[in-house]
Design a protein around this ligand. Structure first.
Ligand code: SF4
Length: 448
């Protein structure tokens, strides 16, 4: 008998620890981006020199061709650790870097974000940061790339803020914090936060966006004064909300996604009216006014939507919140048929059942989507190829696949989006649905 070789294992088992082009960066990347999103905060990276630079293309540029802002990219101080520090430690270099940064760079808050190298060589970064606590507002985000992805880094940043910066405050009635919208990972984060803030202001609620507030340090310090924390994701931001409840007693509410279009936006406001005991007549009057305007304006897109793309079979490939928001809007307001949804942000196992429920229940379409959780670009491609769809709402990684292999239209709505500039664009709120249609319809609207 000759040599018997084992059957070739199935492709998915051959490299179980490897994912092709996952749609996030490392935890350092998430904490770094959260720092940049806090206006007035200065990140100080204690890491290899490439850690910060790789986030330029891997995080902010991937989030709709965004720049990193005044404290990002080559303007970010970094200890640039090399072999010598791996042998002798990097604490002295970090100490000197913090000293020079606090002298030379104008900032309201400094955040030392440590990466893989100091975690592996055992630098006591916390002790070095402590030496500066009396002189400047400073945090240590004790992360490392290998502890998780960018979403984990976002949580670790909030964790550091809660533990090292926040103190109990008097609760201000009708003030809320907005959590769960992760800077850069949610590519419409800036617009989403602003729309939520404006919506809430219209019904008499003061929203602390935290990110992009003009005074970032003050926005962080205000966090414990909120009456309620609103988390716009079934999982992202939930650990921070739990910790704030434990530490300051602030209750929280989880909204599965930033609402897209009139139906979900009105439902969200009605929920808030009950939860915060708002004046119902004011909320209902605002809802009536916004719905009337939005549906009247929808008439302008109705002809092209019905003629060119009626009841489109759609595929959505996106992070949890974006997938839920767009699937619900497409099914409940545009008559789309959600064929498949692939969730790409690797939510924890314990949240997945709830996410599937949000993606399959409460839909008015006859078709309910097949839901997958997948981060590997190649496996996502294989999953999509099993379906016939006309519209693919995904990342720019699916751009050519959609056109060449699925014969479908594609719009980049999720990370990474290297094919469109997103500054203030958003699909949130009453007018967000119209904005989505504007972005889609121009692709098939006319022959020329
Ligand atoms: S995984 Fe580690 S080494 Fe790589 S960029 Fe992130 S912190 Fe740096």
């Amino acid at each position: 008998m000759g040599t018997v070789t084992a059957l070739r294992p199935k492709e998915e088992n051959r490299y179980p620890g490897i994912a092709e082009a996952p749609r996030f960066s490392c935890a350092l990347g998430g904490a770094y981006m959260a720092t940049l999103a806090t206006f007035g905060a200065v990140p100080i990276l204690h890491s290899g020199a490439g850690c910060g630079m790789s986030q330029n293309f891997g995080q902010n540029f991937a989030a709709g061709l965004n720049g990193a802002g005044p404290q990002g990219n080559t303007s970010t101080p970094c200890s640039c650790l090399v072999e010598e520090h791996a042998v002798f430690g990097g604490e002295d270099k970090l100490r000197a870097l913090i000293q020079s940064t606090t002298e030379l760079v104008r900032g309201d808050l400094f955040a030392v974000v440590s990466g893989c190298v100091p975690a592996l060589i055992g630098d006591d970064v916390g002790a070095v940061v402590k030496e500066f606590r009396e002189k400047v507002p400073i945090l240590h985000v004790n992360t490392a790339g290998f502890v998780g992805n960018s979403y984990k880094g976002y949580e670790q940043y909030l964790d550091a803020v809660i533990d090292q910066l926040l103190t109990p405050q008097t609760v201000v009635r009708k003030r809320v914090n907005l959590l769960g919208v992760v800077p850069y990972q949610h590519i419409f984060w800036k617009g989403n936060l602003q729309v939520l803030k404006d919506l809430l202001a219209a019904v008499g609620v003061e929203a602390n966006m935290i990110f992009t507030e003009p005074d970032g340090l003050e926005a962080l310090r205000r966090i414990p004064s909120a009456e309620l924390n609103l988390v716009f994701s079934p999982w992202s931001g939930v650990p921070a909300a739990r910790k704030l409840k434990e530490k300051f007693g602030t209750p929280f509410a989880v909204i599965p996604s930033v609402p897209v279009g009139p139906k979900d936006t009105s439902q969200f406001l009605q929920f808030l009216a009950r939860r915060l005991q708002l004046r119902r007549s004011r909320v209902e009057a605002y809802i009536a006014k916004e719905e009337a305007r939005t549906y009247r304006f929808a008439e302008y897109m109705a002809d092209i939507a019905m003629m060119a793309l009626p009841n489109a079979y759609t595929a959505v490939v996106a992070d949890t919140g974006t997938a839920i928001g767009l699937t619900r809007y497409g099914s409940n307001e545009l008559g789309w048929l959600p064929e498949i949804v692939i969730v790409t942000d690797d939510p924890p196992e314990e949240s997945r059942e709830e996410i599937v429920r949000s993606l399959t229940e409460g839909l008015e379409s006859a078709v309910k989507p097949e839901v997958h959780f997948e981060i590997d670009a190649h496996k996502i491609r294989l999953l999509l190829r099993e379906h016939t769809v006309q519209l693919v709402l995904a990342s720019s990684l699916e751009k050519y696949l959609a056109v060449d292999e699925l014969d479908a239209m594609q719009l980049s709505v999720a990370f990474p989006a290297y094919d469109r500039l997103i500054v203030d664009r958003t699909y949130a709120g009453y007018r967000g649905g119209l904005a989505l249609m504007e972005d889609i319809a121009y692709k098939y609207g006319g022959p020329l």
